[in-house]
Design a binder for this molecule. Structure first.
Ligand code: SAM
Ligand code: SF4
Length: 471
């Protein structure tokens, strides 16, 4: 039996940017307690899976990994930790079907994980043996509003963002109050809690302090929340800080040349004030991810989205008028219960009308416990797949057409890394969230450069270096 060095960890993260951010915080906290990351799971004393429950496919992958780690346990002594949304949703099943999971950490206990690991085998064994399993596993509301966030301590940027270099995800809120009828998120992440603006500003200052050794710091910061537009922090004097007001607090503390982004905007809460602010504030990138989900009012209503197709189109018109250079991306959810050919056609029509720069497209997947689950799942899988293919094909065509219009322009990009397809090329992103590859050297990674957009390869631009960007 292989016994890895104690205080070594391996972490796998599934799902959304919020999970990536939380895994980043967790790594930071682990490292500040003397834990070291390892290059492969077999070398770790603790294996942590940070899980997702939004779709069954995500959960299936994680069940597959649980099977893999069960086999690993025969020749490798390690503790297996399951945290995040799946631990919250499937406590009982995991208890029964995966007894080799040593520690199950729900979304309201994750800030305690490092303490529990630090206490050593006694706690882990007590949990595994069923001692106070239930108490450990029952969702617990945090006692105060910051408690749901894993405390990364006095971390330096390079530690916290070892995975994402100079790009930082920064959660500004937790949970969701919207209860879209298909979505499990409000059940597994609880109701909305907005983070104290002081701690947000403090984190920004910290991640923008250059690392003494590498000089690296955050150049692109993405504020995260399930619905950032409903950020509301009650100040001590009783006044309310809204999302646009938070952005106005953040902008002046940013270092020169920082790109500020945010995800996700719910169309029902996106105010004219916010649109005007994006137009006026140079640090805010002109890219808005505005999930429409569907083009049929009947389905939008059944989804509980609380806006109509006409209201959504009105918002798009306002954005395009106020910020002509803005790129708009979206999420589309196909195959919701009761979706007819006509409803589907309305979605294609809306896509043709808006001409999104890009879209994330999903096939509806019933989630037990949500309101839509009660409606059954009456669109046959074959039809769902055909409709999804139709949506994907249409979006590909629109994306190419929209991007072709941009060819010949010189734009600023942030270089993210080396292209996966060609080592002599770099992969970069524009302010509008478009990917560009161009010939260059790894020294340019993490810096802003100006490139000319020469060609399109799929939906990625091919470009040519023109000059260094402004710093
Ligand atoms: N808060 C964001 C919003 O309101 O758009 C999105 C969060 S959700 C994790 C990301 C996307 O997953 C959603 O926009 C939706 O399209 C998709 N999604 C959510 N529940 C789903 C389900 N039951 N089946 C398939 N896709 C789903
Ligand atoms: Fe889910 Fe809707 Fe909340 Fe987004 S806004 S997380 S889709 S319930």
């Amino acid at each position: 039996m292989n016994t890895p060095e104690s205080k070594t960890y391996w972490i796998e993260t599934y799902g959304c940017q919020m999970n990536k951010a939380e895994s980043g915080y967790l790594e930071c906290e682990l490292q500040s307690h003397g834990w070291l990351p390892v290059q492969r799971p077999e070398a770790a004393a603790v294996v942590i899976l940070n899980t997702c429950s939004v779709r069954k496919t995500a959960e299936d992958r994680i069940w597959g990994r649980l099977g893999f780690f069960k086999a690993q346990k025969k020749n490798h002594a390690f503790r297996l930790v399951l945290m995040g949304c799946m631990s919250e949703r499937l406590k009982e099943e995991i208890l029964n079907e995966a007894p080799h999971v040593d520690l199950l950490v729900g979304n309201f206990q994750k800030h305690r994980l490092v303490d529990v690991l630090e206490q050593g085998d006694t706690v882990a064994e007590a949990v595994a043996a069923g001692g106070d399993r239930k108490a450990q596993r029952r969702p617990q509301r945090p006692p105060h509003q910051e408690a749901h966030l894993i405390d990364p301590g006095e971390y330096r940027f390079a530690e916290r963002h070892s995975l994402s270099g100079f790009q930082a995800y920064l959660p500004i809120m937790h949970g969701c109050n919207n209860f879209c009828t298909y979505c499990i998120v409000p059940y597994v992440r609880g109701s909305e809690v907005s983070r104290n603006p002081e701690s947000i500003l403090e984190e920004i200052r910290r991640i923008q302090t250059p690392d003494p050794q590498t000089g690296q710091m955050a150049r692109e910061i993405t504020l995260l929340g399930q619905n950032v537009n409903s950020y509301r922090y009650r100040n001590q004097d009783g006044t309310i800080l809204t999302f646009p007001a938070l952005l106005r607090l953040i902008a002046p503390v940013l270092q020169d040349r920082t790109w500020l982004r945010f995800l996700t905007s719910h169309p029902k809460d996106m105010s004219g004030e916010l649109v005007d602010l994006i137009a006026a504030e140079p640090a805010l990138c002109p890219h808005i991810h505005l999930p429409v989900q569907h083009g049929s009012n009947r389905i939008l209503q059944a989804m509980g989205r609380k806006y109509t197709r006409e209201q959504y189109l009105g918002l798009v018109t306002r954005i395009r008028k106020t910020i002509p250079e803005a790129s708009l991306t979206t999420d589309i959810l196909i195959g919701f219960p009761g979706e007819s050919e006509e409803d589907y056609g309305l979605t294609l029509d809306l896509m043709r009308e808006v001409r999104f720069e890009d879209a994330f497209t999903y096939r509806y997947n019933p989630r037990e416990g949500t309101r839509a689950f009660e409606l059954g799942d009456d669109v046959p899988e074959k039809v769902k797949q055909e409709r999804l293919t139709g949506v994907i094909d249409l979006q590909r065509r629109i994306t190419r057409e929209v991007k072709k219009d941009k060819l010949g322009r010189t734009v600023e990009v942030l270089v993210e890394g080396i292209s996966k397809k060609n080592e002599g090329e770099l992969l970069a992103r524009t302010e509008r969230d478009e990917m560009v590859v161009f010939p260059g050297s790894p020294q340019q990674i993490g810096s802003f450069v100006r490139v000319r957009l020469d060609n399109l390869q799929g939906s990625t631009f091919r470009g040519e270096w023109i000059e260094a960007g402004r710093l």
